[in-house]
Design a protein around this ligand. Sequence first.
Ligand SMILES: Cc1cc2nc3c(=O)[nH]c(=O)nc-3n(C[C@H](O)[C@H](O)[C@H](O)COP(=O)(O)OP(=O)(O)OC[C@H]3O[C@@H](n4cnc5c(N)ncnc54)[C@H](O)[C@@H]3O)c2cc1C
Length: 323
Amino acid sequence: MIPPFAYVRARSIDEAVALLARPESRPAAGATDLIGCLRDEVFTAKAVVSLGGIEAMTGIAETADGGLRIGALTSLTTIVKHALVAGRYPALAQAAASVASPQLRNQGTLGGNLCQRPRCWFFRGGYDCARKAGDTCYAMQGDNRYHCVFGGSTCLIVHPSDTATALTALDAIVSIAGPKGTRSVPIQQFFVLPEKDMTHENVLAPGELVTTISLPAPRAGLVSVYRKARARASWDFALAACAAAITIEQGKVTAARIVLGAAAPIPWRVEGAERMLIGRRLDEPTRARVAAAALNGATPLEHNAYKVAMLRGVVSEALGSIG
Ligand SMILES: Cc1cc2nc3c(=O)[nH]c(=O)nc-3n(C[C@H](O)[C@H](O)[C@H](O)COP(=O)(O)OP(=O)(O)OC[C@H]3O[C@@H](n4cnc5c(N)ncnc54)[C@H](O)[C@@H]3O)c2cc1C
């Protein structure tokens, strides 16, 4: 049973920040992950601060420079259905569409999707693991079939969010409000590896909130795509995923960002593979070389060697859908 907690509705970002300054207060957006975490004792809460009534954190708007500003409380369904997202940033629309089930996409928000806690079955399963400030990562010796092949060190989670992978390829900016004011962080610096912080997946300090996610204006020739492999066609997290944002001018690649999902504790950018694309046509031999290079340095665990081939496959599929 979930221990009792106070439930408070914030009406503004300032009010939410003030309420979250109290000890053991947790923000709730759609609460689809929060309730599971409280139930599974991933963490506790003396107070849950609902963000649902904060108008300034909802909706999608075009910015003066042709980019998009998405409120952190915007539902995943709204993102999937938005014409500008689908038209200009299809990787994000496809990633959001691949999350869970229609009910969870109706209720779940973009900010909550980025800030959801990992799905490692030891972390969720009542083990006092390293990510909960214990002294062991149980996935090192235990069943690690769903764990990482890059970036693991002292904790072997994979980041669970589909939209995080797409937003990293799209070079998004995360805006944050907290007790010390506001700040903006490129999404690649928002997520942190266990070697930097073992118990947090991102740079949010206590009491800080994600308020908006901004996307830069798409350059001419930008094409983006998200591909996800999973055990079931719906209601399932990625076993392997790839988001690619490729700019093609006069038939040749002039810029590329390729990001692997379900591969590492953070969305995992493969810059060596990206560089191999620059100046080339996206033909089949190039795609095959780049997909192979994307997995250079992967270190599979005892039970997840299958992921290397699967990740190579989603990279190849993602590039193939562009080229
Ligand atoms: C059966 C199932 C299948 C799923 N499958 C997938 C999947 O395939 N892909 C995928 O990506 N996800 C999947 N999910 C996760 C789901 O997408 C998340 O539960 C949802 O996106 C979280 O959104 P929310 O608004 O409900 O977040 P909440 O549950 O409200 O919050 C999640 C966490 O983030 C914090 N938080 C929320 N908003 C903010 C904010 N603005 N700033 C700072 N912290 C915040 C909360 O305190 C909480 O710790 C699945 C979940 C379930 C239950």
